[in-house]
Design a protein around this ligand. Structure first.
Ligand SMILES: [Zn+2]
Length: 440
C-alpha cells in the first residue's frame, strides 16, 4: 500500500475542499467484518481528477455524482476519481475488517466475561480502515455519524448523541471541522460515569470488568479534568471548542492516549487495579492534561503535514506538564518531567540515531513516525519551555492565542506559530529562517 506523499497531499489539497462526511457504520454483523457507508460532499476544480483512500475487505459500491464506478478500479488503497464537478458527492459502501492491532476498528473480547468492545483508531492514516476518506490532516470536514449496533451497547462518538430513533440505532450531531485522523468512536457494553463542569458534559468509560476500579478513582479523574479545564480556560481566549469531553479507557491500546476531539482514548492500564504510587497517579494526571492541551494545539489548530508532528507532541507535553503543575495537586510535575521524560530525550539524543527536533522533510505519511521518540516529545518540550522563558509568558500566551484565533478549525505550520509569537513579542528574529529551520 503506498503511503500518501507530501507532494500528493499538496496537489489534492489544491484540487478539492471537503465539506462533510455522512458516516453510517453497521456493527451488528458478527464475525470479523463490519459494514460502512460514507457519503462525502466536496468541491473541486471542474474537470480535475483526484483519489480517495479505503482499505476494504470487500468494496461493495462506489458512486460519484450520478455515475456508478466499477469497484474494480480500486488500486491498493486508492480509489481514482475523475471528471470532477464543482460540487461532488461520493458514496462508498464496503465490508471492512475489524483489527486486533489498534489500527482502524479495534475489536477486543474481554476474557473476564466474554463481552465485546470496539474502539476506532484513525491516527495517522487509519480512517481508511473504517470508511473511504480523503485521508490527510489539512482536508478538514464535519463528520455526521450514525451507528447500528446491539441495542444493549453504549456507543459514543466525537459529537453529542442527538437521537436513538430505534433500539440499536445511534445518531450523532455534526462535529466541528475535524482532520480525518481525529474521527473516533467507542462501542460495546462500556461502563460509564458522568459529570459536568462549567457547561461541559464529562464522561469516563471503561469495560465492565474494570468498573469497580474506575469507580474507585472516578472522583480523582474528574477532579483533575475539571482543574485542567479551568486552567486552560484561564490561559486561552478560546473556550474548549468541541462540546462534551469524554475520556474512554480502552483495552489493548497501542499508545498512552489519543486526543480525539470529544472522545479521548487512553490505555486502560490507567484504570489502576491495585495500590499504586503517587507518581503513577501523577503520570495519569499529566496524560489527562496532555490530551486536553491537544484540544487546542492539535485539534482546533492542526498541523498541515506530518513534519510538524513533533511540534504537536512537544506542545502538548509542555502545556500538559505546565497545567498539571499549576492546577492540580501534582505541583511537582516539572520535577518528574526532568527526571523521567527529559531523561528519555537525553537517552535518544546520545544514540547514533539522534536527529533534529524538527525534521527537515517528511516525504510521506509513514515517514512521520520515523524518528518519533523522546526527542520529539521531551527535548521538544524543553526547547518550547526555553522559548517561553525567552519570550516572557505574557507575550507567549498572547502569541499563542493569536495563533489559535487566526487558524481555528484550520491548519498551520511551525512558521505560522513563530510568526504569531514574533508579532506578539516584537522579536523579529523568531520569524527568520535561521530560527525556523532547526538544526538540532
Ligand atoms: Zn500527544
Amino acid at each position: 500500500m503506498p503511503s500518501l506523499t507530501r507532494v500528493e497531499a499538496t496537489a489534492r489539497g489544491a484540487t478539492i475542499t471537503v465539506e462533510s462526511y455522512q458516516v453510517d457504520i453497521d456493527l451488528t454483523g458478527g464475525g470479523d467484518l463490519f459494514r460502512s457507508r460514507v457519503e462525502i460532499r466536496f468541491r473541486a476544480t471542474p474537470g480535475a481528477a483526484t483519489f480517495a483512500e479505503i482499505k476494504p475487505h470487500t468494496l461493495l459500491g462506489v458512486r460519484l455524482n450520478d455515475r456508478d464506478l466499477d469497484p474494480g478500479v480500486l488500486a491498493d488503497n486508492r480509489l481514482p476519481l475523475s471528471d470532477l464537478e464543482a460540487d461532488n458527492t461520493l458514496v462508498v459502501e464496503a465490508e471492512m475488517a475489524y483489527s486486533n492491532t489498534g489500527e482502524g476498528m479495534h475489536r477486543f473480547v474481554d476474557p473476564a466475561d466474554g463481552e465485546t468492545y470496539l474502539y476506532a483508531v484513525t491516527f495517522l492514516d487509519n480512517v481508511q480502515r473504517i470508511f473511504a476518506a480523503f485521508d490527510q490532516p489539512d482536508l478538514k470536514a464535519s463528520f455526521v455519524l450514525a451507528v447500528t449496533a446491539p441495542p444493549e451497547w453504549t456507543v459514543v462518538g466525537n459529537a453529542e448523541l442527538t437521537a436513538n430513533p430505534a433500539p440499536g440505532r445511534w445518531e450523532f450531531a455534526p462535529t466541528a471541522p475535524l482532520a480525518t485522523y481525529f474521527f473516533s468512536l467507542i462501542a460495546g457494553p462500556y461502563h460509564v460515569r458522568q459529570a459536568e463542569h462549567d457547561g461541559v458534559p464529562l464522561g469516563i468509560y471503561c469495560r465492565r470488568s474494570l468498573a469497580e476500579h474506575l469507580d474507585a478513582d472516578a472522583e480523582e479523574i474528574f477532579t483533575v479534568t475539571r482543574q485542567c479545564l479551568d486552567r486552560f480556560h484561564e490561559l486561552f481566549t478560546e473556550r474548549y471548542p468541541f462540546g462534551k469531553y469524554d475520556q474512554a479507557f480502552v483495552p489493548e491500546f497501542n499508545a498512552g492516549a489519543m486526543e480525539n476531539p470529544g472522545i479521548v482514548t487512553f490505555r486502560d492500564d490507567y484504570v489502576f487495579r491495585s495500590a499504586v504510587t503517587d507518581t503513577q497517579r501523577e503520570l495519569r494526571a499529566t496524560t489527562i492534561a496532555h490530551e486536553m492541551a491537544h484540544m487546542w494545539f492539535g485539534d482546533l489548530v492542526t498541523m498541515r503535514w506530518w513534519d510538524d508532528l513533533w511540534l504537536n507532541e512537544s506542545f502538548a507535553e509542555y502545556l500538559g506538564t505546565r497545567v498539571t503543575a499549576e492546577a492540580t495537586r501534582f505541583d511537582q510535575a516539572w520535577t518528574t518531567f526532568a527526571m523521567r521524560r527529559k531523561a528519555w530525550g537525553y537517552a535518544a539524543d546520545q544514540r547514533p540515531s539522534t536527529h533534529p527536533v524538527a525534521p527537515e522533510e517528511v516525504a510521506d505519511a509513514e515517514e512521520g513516525l520515523l524518528n518519533f521518540d523522546g526527542i520529539s516529545y521531551a527535548k521538544g518540550a524543553s526547547v518550547l519551555r526555553q522559548l517561553v522563558a525567552w519570550l516572557g509568558d505574557e507575550a507567549f500566551l498572547a502569541g499563542l492565542n493569536a495563533h489559535f484565533a487566526a487558524h481555528r478549525f484550520g491548519n498551520a505550520t511551525l512558521a505560522d506559530l513563530l510568526a504569531s509569537l514574533s508579532t506578539a513579542s516584537a522579536r523579529s528574529e523568531l520569524a527568520s529562517p535561521a530560527v525556523a529551520s532547526n538544526d538540532g
